[in-house]
Write a protein that binds this ligand. Structure first.
Ligand SMILES: [Zn+2]
Ligand SMILES: [Zn+2]
Length: 361
């Protein structure tokens, strides 16, 4: 991706070699997600174009330079199918890391395929090889999971997991998820695993809502068909004895959804905002009605840490049959069709799109 809004280019570059402590992966699959659409529109600050997109990927270990180990200290062998935490370089020594214990806000933090450019190396999954820098946390896929399973969750898997953890979903809660993209769908999954009594999903288009029902949503509301936000909030209150939901998770990306979501929340409920990854503008709140009198707890949720990736992948391995994440992959594209993959993602005509640099032999 040479520059925002410019056509994607297929480039040949020298094959990467691992630095000491690093590794090189042969890419199996890499995701196309909403972030890549934002990158192509130039809506994220500090992106060092040209970049190789693809922040969440699966590959086989091709070469290492010194032992490569997982979080348990076990050596990861050549040929092993792995994913990795796309964030690296968290310094562990700045104010954010040491005092605030907010590693996702560390200014040294770098992200594969987003805040790293072609000048930093082959640090994105839309390529035949991926270079793993020393210190990148590598996670071998557990037995029974293949690349399509993991990539069906993609970055939405640990992000949805983090949002549910942040919401402290309790046994018997009624949860509303606003948004039926990969983050919303994974929040729906983990809310159930966290003990929610039921989960309601508002979103669009209908194919994504059908996936939500397959994944266990009790009911879904098509925001394209029910256009009045007041009516949508009423839909939630009608199902909660007029009170509103215990927990609402915003995973839509639309700023207006925040006002709407607070209208759906019961008094003393918990609201988590995870969908506002880019700055899509301001909204007007009524602090008295939406927050103070409602006694609401409102939490932002930025990115995820290695712990969320690790635990969400273990949960995926345990619940693979029940949720069938691989079915969320609507379509796979070779590198030469990356432009089309982006267009399909932008049009929401796919739930999950993958780049497969080399078609399976
Ligand atoms: Zn730091
Ligand atoms: Zn992503």
């Amino acid at each position: 991706m040479a520059a925002p809004r410019a056509p994607l280019e297929l480039r040949h570059v020298p094959a990467p070699r691992p630095e000491p402590g690093g590794a090189v992966l042969e890419t199996v699959a890499s995701e196309v997600c909403g972030t890549d659409v934002h990158l192509h529109h130039g809506r994220l600050a500090g992106v060092p174009y040209p970049i190789v997109p693809g922040h969440v990927s699966v590959g086989r270990v091709l070469e290492t330079n010194g032992p490569l180990r997982d979080a348990l200290g076990r050596e990861i062998g050549i040929g092993r199918l792995v994913t990795f935490y796309d964030v690296y370089g968290i310094c562990g020594s700045c104010w954010h890391c040491l005092v605030a214990k907010a590693g996702t806000r560390c200014p040294q933090r770098k992200v594969y395929g987003i805040t790293t450019g072609l000048g930093d190396g082959l640090l994105g999954g839309w390529a035949e090889r991926i270079e793993l820098k020393p210190g990148v946390r590598v996670l071998p896929l557990p037995e029974g999971l293949d690349a399509s399973d993991f990539m069906g969750g993609g970055c939405g898997l640990p992000t949805g997991f983090h949002a549910v953890e942040r919401a402290q979903v309790a046994l018997g809660d009624t949860v509303v998820v606003q948004g039926s993209g990969p983050v919303g769908l994974n929040a729906l999954v983990f809310a159930q695993l966290a003990g929610a009594l039921r989960v309601l999903v508002t979103g669009a288009p209908s194919a994504r809502l059908a996936e939500a029902r397959r994944l266990g949503a009790d009911e879904t509301l098509d925001v394209g068909a029910t256009r009045d936000p007041a009516e949508r909030a009423r839909w939630v209150r009608d199902r909660t004895g007029g009170r509103g939901a215990d927990v609402v998770i915003e995973a839509s990306g639309n700023p207006q959804a925040v006002v709407e979501g607070l209208e759906m929340l019961r008094d003393a409920g918990r609201y988590v905002i995870v969908g506002q990854y880019t700055d899509a503008g301001d909204v007007t709140l009524n602090p008295h009605r939406h927050l103070n009198r409602r006694h609401a707890t409102v939490l932002g949720c930025w990115g995820y840490e290695y712990t969320h990736l690790h635990r969400s992948v273990e949960m995926m391995a345990r619940h693979r049959e029940r949720f069938g994440w691989a079915r969320l992959v609507t379509r796979e594209y070779p590198l030469a069709e990356a432009e089309r993959a982006l267009a399909d993602m932008e049009a929401l005509s796919v739930v999950k799109a993958l780049i497969r640099p080399s078609p399976p032999a």
